[in-house]
Design a binder for this molecule. Structure first.
Ligand SMILES: Nc1ncnc2c1ncn2[C@@H]1O[C@H](COP(=O)(O)OP(=O)(O)OP(=O)(O)O)[C@@H](O)[C@H]1O
Ligand SMILES: [Mg+2]
Length: 226
């Protein structure tokens, strides 16, 4: 018998409303979500359905208008900004769609950067292991501009993995990639989840990748529809 997997992020009745003059945009309108250790959760839905809005809440980059959000067992609305930053940096790893690599730093330096922010030592052997895992061992000294789009994406994933997050969060990580490269990137995420019990939350328009996740949350107009 297996033990119930630890819940790392939990959202109940999450709402995120934006006021625009007299109008209210209900970007998220009462969503429940649980993210468990070792599981991959995929958020699906058409453009404007609220996927990025939800990802930003689960990442503690944005706060819900109402509802209950717990990250690592802590109610997010009860944390100070300082504590929130600690939770974000220590427990969560993000892969942004636009990569956000530092153009003047090498691949290895980009991967090591978040460790320095955390005040941890970036052991060269550890950075090498991460680069190996994302298939960039031979690109360590290259600059981002010398890489292809798929390779930059892999640097961004390596950077997220380097801090050994408990939850890896990615907004459309395969959006700009051809389907073969997209599959390879997804395999990287999947291996991290399997090997280290990391949880994965991602958005995608790719139904084949969604089918390979443990759970699928389908959004339409800010509501769960499946
Ligand atoms: N800062 C904002 N102010 C007002 N409305 C916003 C803001 N951010 C998002 N929205 C609105 O919230 C809704 C959901 O946006 P969101 O970015 O979450 O969609 P999405 O599902 O990620 O779409 P896509 O697939 O195009 O990335 C949209 O109608 C959008 O216009
Ligand atoms: Mg989006």
């Amino acid at each position: 018998m297996t033990m119930a997997q630890e819940i790392l992020i939990s959202g109940r009745n999450l709402r995120r409303h934006y006021r625009r003059g007299s109008e209210t945009v209900r970007a998220l309108d009462g969503v429940d979500v649980d993210v468990r250790a070792g599981e991959a959760v995929c958020i699906l839905g058409p453009s404007g359905s609220g996927k990025t809005t939800l990802i930003n809440l689960l990442s503690a980059l944005d706060a819900p208008t109402s509802g209950e959000l717990t990250i690592g067992g802590r109610r997010v609305d009860e944390l100070s900004e300082h504590e929130l930053v600690r939770v974000r940096r220590g427990m969560l790893g993000y892969v942004f769609q636009q990569f956000h690599l530092i153009p003047t730093l090498t691949v290895a330096e980009n991967v090591a950067l978040p460790l320095l922010f955390l005040g941890r030592k970036a052991e060269p052997a550890e950075i090498a292991r991460v680069l190996e895992a994302v298939g960039l061992a031979d690109r360590a000294r290259h600059l981002p501009r010398e890489l292809s789009g798929g390779q930059m994406q892999r640097v961004a994933i390596g950077r997220a993995l380097a801090v050994k997050p408990r939850v890896l969060i990615a907004d459309e990580p395969t959006g700009n990639l051809d389907s073969h490269t997209g599959e390879a990137i997804f395999d990287l995420f999947r291996n991290a989840v399997r090997a280290d019990g990391v949880a994965l939350v991602l958005t995608t328009h790719n139904l084949a990748l969604a089918a390979r996740c443990d759970h699928r949350l389908a959004l339409a107009d800010g509501k769960l529809v499946g």
